[in-house]
Design a protein around this ligand. Structure first.
Ligand code: SF4
Length: 336
């Protein structure tokens, strides 16, 4: 029997520790860097068995034995007959940029023909599948505009239409008129909305505060996107004045879209491209953190809103010590 690394397992080294990630079970396990030394040895010597590994690391045989037993017990390592071949899962990011969610802010002046021009272009080029609306004000005209826009969005193939709820919704009944095309409401954290409004589901956005790693996961999507890819930056937001931003929570100005040609230029501009290609290995604090491939902390949680590589403003982990704290760690002592 030979020992192999479970094909669904990958790992990421940090400054002080390393992280094992199971891409099928979405499980993460923090381990000392020395565990990864053993794992990397197994990855390079394809025919290694248990005894071979103990001989290779004989100077630390007791420690390495405890590592191996732990890793086998938790299925990070598998023992298989020597003729079994395996192929680790690839985490290379996809080169295709896809905007998944299109947010717009609707006012009494938002025109249907403008929306349709933009929406058709997005559907044609970027495979956007959700439309999420916020309201600039509580006017009756704005709600009528939203109703027309939802009808049009469904006709143009948007899978889902939703409303981003303001913190204080004055009159829930205003949504009655647009309910038949509405799939969900998105509620901001700390709001006390119920699970549904007039029969439409309310989805509460996760609170983005990083707390002791509870937001971590390691599926293939997060690994691919946090490595070199899009940092989960897969939204665009156009406000009532037609200014384009990455998200309603991140007002990092990309440009203005009077029509689809403008939007095309904005999306292909260097500024927008650098936002969409931002990844945690371009941020000093995150670059040395072993959680960088499984961390889903959003890019908009950065200290300096004008600088994309600015350190996160809400992370409680100190990668230079390998310790989660109770309060935010905004600077590290590591000389980078
Ligand atoms: S925000 Fe950065 S430093 Fe904090 S856990 Fe995520 S990758 Fe690590």
């Amino acid at each position: 029997m030979k020992i192999i690394i479970n094909p669904a397992v990958t790992w990421c080294k940090g400054y002080k520790k390393a992280l094992l990630m199971h891409l099928h079970d979405e499980k993460v396990q923090s381990v000392p860097l020395s565990v990864i030394e053993v794992i990397e040895y197994i990855a390079t010597c394809k025919k290694t068995n248990y005894q071979d590994i103990l001989i290779r690391f004989s100077a630390h045989a007791d420690v390495v034995k405890s590592y191996l037993d732990f890793l086998r017990h938790n299925k990070w390592l598998l023992e298989v007959p020597s003729f079994v071949a395996y192929q680790p899962i690839s985490i290379e990011p996809s080169p295709v940029l896809k905007i998944r969610n299109f947010y717009i802010e609707i006012s009494e002046n938002t025109r249907l023909d403008w929306f349709e021009n933009i929406a058709k272009w997005l559907r044609k080029h970027r495979a956007t599948h959700s439309l999420i609306v916020s309201f600039a004000n509580d006017s009756k005209q704005a709600y009528e505009n939203a109703s027309d826009i939802f009808n049009s969005a469904k006709r143009h193939g948007f899978n889902q239409c939703g409303i981003l709820l303001p913190k204080h919704l004055k009159n829930e009944n205003v949504y009655f008129g647009i309910r038949h095309n509405l799939d969900f409401f998105l509620a901001q954290p700390n709001s006390d909305y119920k699970t549904e409004i007039n029969g439409v589901e309310v989805i509460t956005l996760p609170n983005d505060i990083v707390h002791k790693g509870s937001h971590l996961q390691s599926n293939l999507y997060s690994c691919r996107h946090n490595k070199l890819g899009t940092y989960r930056a897969d939204n665009i937001f156009i406000n009532k004045n037609k200014y384009v931003y990455p998200h309603p929570f991140d007002l990092y100005l990309f440009g203005k879209a009077e029509n689809s040609l403008d939007l095309s230029n904005v999306i292909n501009s260097p500024k927008t491209k650098s936002y969409f290609s931002m990844s945690k290995d371009k941020i000093d604090k995150c670059r040395i953190c072993e959680y960088r491939l499984s961390c889903t902390n959003s890019l908009w949680n950065r200290q300096d809103k004008d600088i994309l590589s600015s350190a996160p403003n809400n992370c409680t982990y100190d990668p230079t010590e390998g310790v989660w704290h109770d309060t935010t760690v905004t600077s590290t002592t590591c000389k980078l």
